[in-house]
Design a protein around this ligand. Sequence first.
Ligand code: C2E
Ligand code: CA
Ligand code: CA
Length: 706
Amino acid sequence: MTDIILSFPNTDMLTGSHDAGLVMLSVLVAALASYTTLTLSNRIVASAKGSHLWLGFGALSMGTGIWSMHFIGMLAFDLPIPLGYDLTLTILSLVIATALSGFALMQIRSPQLPMHRLLTAGILMGLAIAAMHYVGMAAMLMAPGIVYQPVYFALSIAIAIAAATAALYIAFHLSRQPHGPILLYRLVAAAIMGLAIASMHYTGMLAANFPADSICLAAGSTDQPWIVWAVALTSIVVLGGTLIAALFDSRFETVTTHLSHSLREATEELKQMARTDQLTGLASRALLMETLDDIIASGTLTDRRCAALLIDLDNFKLVNSSLNHADGDELLRQLARTLRDSFPESPIIARFSGDTFVVILEEPCDAPDILRQIDTFRAALWQPFLLQGREISVTATIGIAVSATCKAHTGNAAARMMIDHAEKALYEAKTEGRNRFRFFEEKMQDTAKREFDLQRDLRKAFLDGELELFLQPKVCAKSGIIRSAEALVRWRHPIHGLLLPGEFLGIAEKFGLLSMLEGWTLNEACQILSRWRANGATHRDLSLAVNISASQFCDPGFVEKVLDITRSYDIAPERLILEITEHSAMRDPVTAAAAMRQLTEAGITFSIDDFGTGHSSLVQLKRLPFAELKIDRSFITDMANNAEDRQIVEAIVLIARQFGLRVVAEGVEDRDTGAMLADIGINLLQGFGIAMPMPCSEFEAVSLAA
Ligand code: C2E
Ligand code: CA
Ligand code: CA
């Protein structure tokens, strides 16, 4: 290798020379250290977490870089005397370089880099380079000491500070530059920094004069070439490794940023989804409540009203069960369209639950305006929906609440209360029948409270034994002999007295207690039948009829439940009659037929209740295994004065006979009607004119006397 001869002005001085290859290697190591540090400084700023870690690595790589550059530089330097380095001072030089680099990097960590901080960082970094160099030189333990030329000495420090400042400035701005040829900038910055370190070193070497009789006291304590090579290699490995780690972290951060971006997008999408009803595209319940809050709040400020219309389809479950799933969905979609068309000015239309919708109306919002809009909607419903070529007609019941009634409440509470009022109005409208609307009135509040109290009492009534079965005789039309009885539930309420089923069945259904109530009735009736059976001749031939509601009858567990009870009381199954209204049987004829067949096989008989009120054809009914038909009392009560009713009854009797059904007339209120019915050919009579419903003990006494 070519040696660069450094000639010193003083002839009494030793002449040193530099190995050009090693000089280049030293510059390269310095540049690599700078590049690594710059990359790390980017991490220090960019990574939210682990910035301390990266700061540590940055300081270490810079410190090691400067340090190894120095020793490679010293390896390149040759004096005509043996050279060596004191271990303690050598290590101290590394510590100084690392610590000062750390302080320098800390300065560029914050989001802004004002001039004073840049200068502080630059000076610290420059001093790190310089201090390392001169402590490293001191480690040679030269005797006599090295003589430094003041101008070069000062120049070396100035070069270190200036170049470090420039490099840090570039590094800081690089870390904030998301675009552009960052790699190039960083390479340039690293080259500047690397050159700065090297120039500092070689300027420092220029400043150093070694007197002619100098000896190195540290010589021989360390095998210089070996240690320097080791230093060079280790630092390259350390710097390279750190650099790779930083690049990975940067890549990782890019991926993380990308992921968190996608996550944000997905969250937004989910939020959007939660705000719309997927089936109809209308607003969701959540969005409705949010929007209604805002509307009420702004209305309170400007004293403007709004109205909430809670719209519920009548008998949607029935319609839905006659359609397939997709058609049911399509019906709701078409209805959503009708709602949009009918209330074009509504600020929000929402699907509230299954077949319940909410339309909010804003000013003008007086009763006539609301009614006009409701009329438009109901007129639109007259037009049947078309589903796969089938025309389906639906009607709707509407509960209306106006914001004025919720004035005392603010924010979320007001919105909730308004919907609550609309629900109460809807409930009232439904109680009166369907296909109508009601405005909320304060007294509905009372109804709701009364009902709530009553259902609470009803739950207790089961435990306290307040329920009782009354029995009403069904007698032979010809002979007047009691053949059977209908079990009718009564509730001896501790405050309200004896309550009829009409006063609590609706509440039981509404609060989910109907199944319990019917279970109780069935159990009670079977217990009576088993007692009659045990009693012997007097009552054992009597049958007992129990009313079964539609919801109960369509319950999948119903058949098992009945069979279990009849088995457990060991009754003769043919003594048990289940009365099902025509309407219940027709609700789901397929399920009904299956359940009836199973129970008929077990010996239980069925009676069609309230016959004539539904719209079923006798042919349809014939497919179901009924044994008895009860003509609804609406045809019977006034039959004596109404020729048309009489003809209907005669026709029913004729057809029922054809089908082999026993015919019962209910609601027989006087003896004359009874006689007339006997003439027509009715089998059994039931009614106040024959006997009132009575407690079981009374019934047992009466039937014994007959
Ligand atoms: P329903 O099955 O049609 O029962 C006959 C109803 O007509 C009974 O009313 C009975 O008191 C009444 N009634 C009997 N004779 C006459 C009469 O000559 N004129 C008039 N106007 N009414 C007469 P009740 O006991 O108030 O029962 C009303 C309805 O409640 C029953 O109608 C039945 O559907 C239901 N129900 C009664 N008990 C039960 C029960 O244990 N379970 C179920 N699911 N429903 C029951
Ligand atoms: Ca009945
Ligand atoms: Ca009836």
